[in-house]
Design a binder for this molecule. Structure first.
Ligand code: GLC
Length: 491
């Protein structure tokens, strides 16, 4: 029996929840077909559900990129400023970095305030880490003819951007709780550049990239030819290398590439897979997904991400637990203030519960029990072992769905590059770089995702993959992009 401590009425409730969150083999196949269709559509025309955004990174890195530059990483809770010295030897670099917390209020303030705050952070970082030193080693800057040497800055900006060049990209929409006015439709490097100029900071934004493209590029600095960059953290998204000849919308804008050898090169595509199936045609949806979406600032958007990523796992858990309490099936029917606070719980609670290896017949490990009780502000007297078991079952159902969806999506992307799978071997594998807390710190998630991937593509193909943790991918990727010579003019 899966959760032996449950009362029979709780068991029935859990059975239903497990069904609501289930992703069966049929769903997996339907999702893969749906994703392939959406990928085609997004590559053909702008403005489709899957944005499939060209990154202007061609062929990835070679591993010989060299030089010192700044990298800025903005994506969720924090922003990071890094000074990175690429050694020109595959995977080798030195890095100094500092993280700055973004105050909640700035996520909804005008963009000038957000970028002003970021530029202040860069100023602070350069003061602490030696601006002069940074200038001495200037590399790859485009300040020819100017007297002042300017340091290149690679900017990893983890939102959907319609790129027109490596250093030019317009924000198409915010997500992950950001709504700053004056940014959508604007060139993001300009917004930062203006804030830098206002503070007399001598840095030039020479590359703008998504975090998935950062992971892809950073990995290709270590393993040239890397195929996928994946983020499984607060948000979720994938970038992969696509043959330019298979990106009709890009060729339309660059007709001189048609039928040339250049079109046979690969370009990084930021899929923005968080938006996959916004229409709700292929991924099963339940009452809790509906509730979460109804109360979100970006309704009917990022629907795939809302079932997968860390930002939403804790919220889904809260919504299900609240429902069970209201139905008198949990915690003596007592709702707490914490449970009524949207987004109070993050994925670390869900992962602690799901990764708990205590036998299911014994409830939860005492430490995890305390974490649950504290975060949910529960009264000890209202918490039975059966309740803990039910909460555990709920967390497992939510996390399993998330991991199965991630594994299914990754399979779809890999299968799109059958040509690469066909020539890869265990000794010359396809590299996939993955970054983000779900992958790094959530063991069960990682295992279920890999199981799903293996069951779809088969053991033999799985053996041809090298999956690496792309830690620091956003920083290193931005630095590599800022120094590498792969802008389109070289095509
Ligand atoms: C969101 C953003 C996407 C980013 C992902 C992971 O889905 O739209 O650009 O890559 O979060 O940070």
């Amino acid at each position: 029996m899966e959760f032996p401590l449950l009362l029979s009425i709780q068991r029935q409730a859990l059975d239903r929840i497990q069904q609501e969150f289930a992703i069966g083999p049929d769903n997996v196949q339907t999702i893969i077909r749906g994703m392939h269709r959406s990928m085609e559509q997004g590559l053909a025309k702008p403005g489709q559900t899957l944005a499939m955004l060209p990154s202007f990174i061609v062929n990835g890195a070679d591993g010989i990129e060299k030089g010192k530059c700044l990298a800025l990483d903005l994506g969720g809770t924090n922003f990071r400023v890094c000074q990175i010295n690429l050694k020109g030897v595959p995977g080798e670099y030195r890095m100094v970095q500092k993280k700055y917390l973004i105050p909640q209020t700035l996520k909804t303030a005008p963009a000038t305030e957000l970028f002003g705050f970021i530029a202040d952070g860069i100023h602070d970082f350069l003061r602490e880490n030696g601006e002069n030193d940074a200038e001495e080693h200037t590399f790859g800057s485009s300040t020819k003819g100017k007297n002042v040497r300017t340091i290149s800055l690679g900017f990893t900006f983890s939102f959907p951007v319609r790129q027109k060049a490596l250093n030019h990209g317009e924000l198409t929409q915010w997500n992950k709780g950001f709504t700053c006015s004056g940014a959508v439709g604007h060139n993001v490097p300009d917004l930062l550049q203006r804030a830098l100029q206002a503070r007399n900071i001598n840095a030039e934004v020479t590359a703008l990239l998504n975090d998935t493209v950062g992971a892809l590029t950073a990995c290709s600095y270590r393993y040239p030819g890397t195929l996928l960059g994946v983020i499984l953290g607060t948000g979720s998204n994938v970038a992969y290398m696509e043959k330019i000849s298979r990106i009709p919308k890009f060729l339309e804008e660059q007709p001189h590439l048609l039928n040339t050898p250049a079109a046979e090169q690969d370009m990084g595509i930021n899929m923005e897979w968080g938006s996959f199936d916004n229409e709700g045609d292929v991924v099963p949806s339940n009452q809790y997904d509906q509730l979460l979406d109804d109360n979100s600032p970006n309704q009917k958007n990022q629907m795939f991400e809302k079932r997968i990523s860390g930002l939403y796992l804790g919220e889904l858990f809260r919504l299900v637990i609240l429902d069970l309490i209201r139905r008198q099936l949990l915690f003596s029917g007592k709702v707490t203030t914490a449970l009524e606070t949207p987004y109070l719980l993050d994925s670390s609670l869900v992962s602690a519960i799901v990764d708990d290896s205590t036998p299911k017949a014994q409830g939860l490990h005492p430490k995890v029990r305390v974490k649950l009780i504290t975060q949910l502000e529960l009264d000890e007297n209202n918490v039975s072992d059966a309740d803990l078991s039910l909460a555990r079952g709920v967390a497992c159902a939510i996390a399993t769905r998330s991991a199965r969806l991630a594994g299914t999506g990754l399979s779809a992307v890999l299968l799109r590059r059958q040509d690469r799978l066909a020539v890869a071997t265990p000794d010359d594998p396809i590299t996939i770089g993955i970054d983000g807390s779900l992958y790094e710190h959530f063991t069960t998630f990682r295992e279920v995702m890999i199981q799903t991937l293996t069951s779809v593509i088969g053991e033999e193909n799985f053996a041809k993959l090298r999956i690496v943790l792309a830690k620091d991918g956003s920083g290193v990727g931005a630095a590599v992009a800022a120094t590498m010579n792969s802008e389109l003019p070289t095509l």
